[in-house]
Design a protein around this ligand. Sequence first.
Ligand code: UDP
Ligand code: MG
Length: 332
Amino acid sequence: MVSDRPRVSVVVPCYNEQDVLHELHRRLSAVVDEQEGTAEIVLVNDGSKDATWELMTELAASDPRLVCVNLSRNHGHQLALTAGLHICRGERIFVIDADLQDPPELLSQMMARIDAGADVVYGKRRQREGESAFKLITAASFYRIIDWMSDTQIPHDAGDFRLMTRRALDVVLDMPERHRFIRGMVSWIGFNQEPFLYDRDARFAGQTKYPLRKMIGLAKDAITAFSVKPLTFASTFGLIAMGIAVLTVGYAVISYFFFSTEPGWASVMSVVAFFGGVQLLVLGVIGEYLGRLYEQAKGRPLFVIDRVHRTGGSGPPPRAGAVRTRATTADV
Ligand code: UDP
Ligand code: MG
């Protein structure tokens, strides 16, 4: 049977990337031109406030390989990427950021690794140009912490830059979780995954779209999605606190009967503060998980597509609002 799928789909989430789109398109086109077979380039506009969407559709007018997806608002990097992964139809899927920090020219070498039997080839950064020391240190600590906490082996210094086979992507699309840490989810599925060492460039233009707040959010999603260890720390803390409480009560009783009791303000305050702190910490940890369980239980769609623009006319959204499983988007 001859497949009507493009040989490769390139999926790019874009948020306020008007300054890079032309260059991105130029370099991606050159790269996919070199490949055998057909290609599509899926650009997802994640509720940009600048002219990203207008530029995308302008580019699509002259390039039938472009598929432009407009989300109804800003959903965040991981969900924008998820939307693109749902829409794309290729046999192999190449995920890349819009800012050209990851060189698209590596596609041919990554394709060769898949030809040789890999299911996922993920970019592993050897060197990162143009990143602040703060970003490098926080990223390095994050990878070490998640390594220690999670049973899934999540590769260090790897982002979402990767090439994967359709069967690998289909497993990811079958995972309904809403707080998505896609690089971790891809690691989780198994199969034959290979690192691909490369040097990361500086952003082509514009600012990072990952301020500290979003980085912390992604780290919390990653930890809670891949580890229940924080819940066990909570109970360990609780146990230690209980032990200290027993000793303190013993001390208080002995003092009461055998020594003249002090006014004791300082010790009372320190015990109250200590237990107050432990209880809040434990409640906070439980709250992080509970909040995620609650959001998952609501079962809302992960993202909402406003429209999909392909050559031959823009279509209506695949189905108003609800794009939760592969089946609802595959036929767009
Ligand atoms: N991005 C997105 N939605 C967001 C934030 C970022 O689609 O809410 C995209 C962004 O356009 C880029 C990719 O996610 O293609 C990674 O963002 P960025 O390069 O700013 O992150 P960094 O490389 O600084 O970690
Ligand atoms: Mg970047």
